[in-house]
Write a protein that binds this ligand. Sequence first.
Ligand code: ATP
Ligand code: MG
Length: 265
Amino acid sequence: MTARILAVANQKGGVGKTTTAVNLAAALAQQGRRVLLVDLDPQANSTMGSGVRKGDLPASVYQVLLGDAGIPEARQRSEEGGFDVLPANRNLAGAEVELVHELAREARLKNALAQVEAEYDYVLIDCPPSLTLLTLNGLVAAQGVLIPMVCEYYALEGLSDLVNTLRKVRVAVNPRIEIIGLVRTMFDARSNLSQQVAEQLARHFGDKVFETVVPRNVRLAEAPSHGLPGVVYDPTSRGAQAYQALATELLQRLEPAPSSSQDRP
Ligand code: ATP
Ligand code: MG
């Protein structure tokens, strides 16, 4: 079986894309899955948050997108996280411009992943806060999209742009892509607004919304400064437990146990 490739995307900034990508990568690894985390953001937050030093990389996702390196040369190991990382650094900001005249520029990541897909159960792609060529590479490569949304008043703002982009990707290049689920992040149980928005999202999107709600939790925010995923940094924190539960829920959605009717004669 080849890898399930999932993009973590939302063009809104600061909604928990990177925190979700890094923690799911580590939580899926803890559950025995072979995981590659792809950092598609020039901010390189998921690279740093996985404990990979972006300063001394022989190659990065930038060279991979430009066709100057393959993923086997560029990937690094997050030792503590237990997963592989295709790292990013600032150079990636230039890829957007440099790829303009290249052929199949939206399919660069997809084509590069073909070489290593069989080595992984899951490939998670942390997208930047934009709907430009980098995110497009993520969406073209992916079979499914995870959309983190903050439980705040403006949560839905811009979601239609993402849904429209997904529709275009589906028609033009990637008919198989689907929304796997919306993840409610930074939930504040003491805030009425947070609760209202969380409920609204569940009503509006039905079973596309993951049951697991990720609380606002300072341990999740501290973890990257130690180069560790939150689920490794403080596994007993409420934030870590939420991401462990989210990973379990994701596995239930994507790897459903064979139905018992098949066991009967
Ligand atoms: P960008 O759009 O810039 O890539 P993002 O969508 O990847 O941002 P994150 O970087 O994951 O968002 O989160 C934004 C900030 O909020 C970070 O400082 C992160 O540590 C913090 N944060 C994320 N999730 C939580 C949480 N559940 N509780 C507390 N802090 C959080
Ligand atoms: Mg990010």
